[in-house]
Design a protein around this ligand. Sequence first.
Ligand code: NAP
Length: 255
Amino acid sequence: MSRLLEGKSALVTGGGSGIGRATCLAMAREGARVTVADLPGPGAQETVDLILAAGGTAHAVAADVTDPAQVEAMVASAVAAYGRLDCAHNNAGIAAMHVGAGGQRMCDITQAAWDRMMAVNLTGVWLCMKHEIAAMERTGGGSIVNTSSIAGLIGLPGSNAYVAAKHGVIGLTKAAAIDYAPARIRINAVCPGYVETSMIREAMTRRGDSILSTVPMHRLGVPEEIAEAVVWMSSDRSGFMTGAAMPVDGGYTAT
Ligand code: NAP
């Protein structure tokens, strides 16, 4: 059976850990040449090493998705390495606790916390798409998957800035999908439920039982389960899908 992303050039942000790393590995397994982007640190190169050890092709790029010059250079690096850009997974993100706003209601968070959340989780996606789309237009099309969340589909308590940014990711995804359908660029969002990564470790320690009681499947997802959806959404097998926001959440948003 042919591999889903054979020969494609793929870029993943937040590729040094969690869902992003799982997507990099799954994309490489399906034949993609992968540009693994993340903040400076060992994570991206560790992901590359795992891909190379499995016989795949990948390289690492350090890029902060809030920095326009770094994002431009990140996309240029993918194009320079593999000649084009076919697929992108805009996945880098932070949680409310990373901006000191975990569990706080709207009126209690600081403007700095709000601004930082928007800069990473919403403007970062916009910036990445801006440069990725330009690259994809030059070679006749492509497929982008943005990581939103169940928090992009419904409200969650004590997460207002995160919820607003993730709803924004879905709005951006839909609007861009319409704008670039004529350019043969498909743009979709994946909406993970609670997934076993460092992002939710602290919340699971504090209130794991209450989180699991809200998930019909009564378990966390694993990053590989999100990655499989992203690979399919990135591939030609989902050729008629654009502007969609697909939950992968153990039934959370079905209740
Ligand atoms: P994770 O392991 O913490 O991954 C997030 C990645 O984004 C990390 O590699 C992080 O780098 C990177 N990152 C953070 N700020 C960045 C920036 N400014 N520029 C570039 N990279 C940056 O957590 P994850 O769960 O896999 O999260 C991936 C995505 O899934 C996020 O968008 C998150 O909101 C979303 N999500 C997660 C869950 C869940 O339950 N885990 C549920 C729904 C949606 P460092 O490690 O160096 O900080």
